[in-house]
Design a protein around this ligand. Sequence first.
Ligand SMILES: C[S@@+](CC[C@H](N)C(=O)[O-])C[C@H]1O[C@@H](n2cnc3c(N)ncnc32)[C@H](O)[C@@H]1O
Length: 216
Amino acid sequence: MSAPGPRSGRDGAAYADRFAAETPALATARARAARLGGPAPVEPAVGAALAVLAATGGARAVVSIGSGAGVVGLWLLEGMRPDGVLTALDGDPEQLRAARVAFAEAGHPAGRTRMIFGTPGEVLPRLSPGAYDMVVCAGRPTDYARHLDSLLELVRVGGTLTCHGLLEDDRIADRTARDEQTVTWRELARSVREHESLTSAVLPIGAGLLVATRRR
Ligand SMILES: C[S@@+](CC[C@H](N)C(=O)[O-])C[C@H]1O[C@@H](n2cnc3c(N)ncnc32)[C@H](O)[C@@H]1O
C-alpha cells in the first residue's frame, strides 16, 4: 500500500537546500571538504534541521561522530547554546585539522569545540554517560552501528541521536539490495525503531536523517 498524500520531489529537495542558505563560513568549509575528498558532508537542509534540533533542545553538549571537515559542526554550533561545547570525533587527522580551521574562521572560540582523534570504539568509552544533549553520527554506518548501545548511553533522557545517510541512493527501500552498508542501515534503523527507550522518525531530507529521542 502506498503512503497517502502528495510527496515532495527533487524540486522540493532543492528548495529545502536553498532555504537553508549557508553562511560564507559554511560555503568555505564545504569547499574545503570537497577538496579533501571522501564522503560528502551533510546537505544544507540536513544541517539546518540539525541546528533546529539543537536549538529546540537547548543543546549545550553535542558529540559529532565522523565529524569530517566541520560542515556538520558549524551547523550544530549555530543551533547550540552560546556556552555549549561541541565534541568532534574523526579518525582522519586531516579532516580534524580542516574542521579546526573552519570553526576558527567562523569565529567560534577554541573553548567551544573539543576535537578528538580516533574511532568510535576507542573514543566512546572516554565520554561521560548521559551527559550529551545530542549525538550526531555521519559517514558509513558500518563504522559505528555496532556501537549503538554505547552511543545511546551518552544521550541524556530527552536528548537526541541522529544518523545521516540511510536513504542514500534509495538502496534501503530496494529489497534486492543486500550489500553490507545497506544491510547495516536496515539493522540500525530497525534497532532504533524497536528500542523501548526511543521515539524515532526518518526524515527524508538530503540523504536521509534517522532521528531518535531518548524518553527514559
Ligand atoms: C561523511 S564524512 C563527514 C562529514 C561530516 N559529518 C559533515 O557533514 O561535515 C565521514 C567522516 O567519518 C570519518 N570516519 C570514517 N570511518 C571512521 C572511523 N572508523 N572512526 C572515526 N571516523 C571515521 C571520516 O574520516 C570522515 O571524515
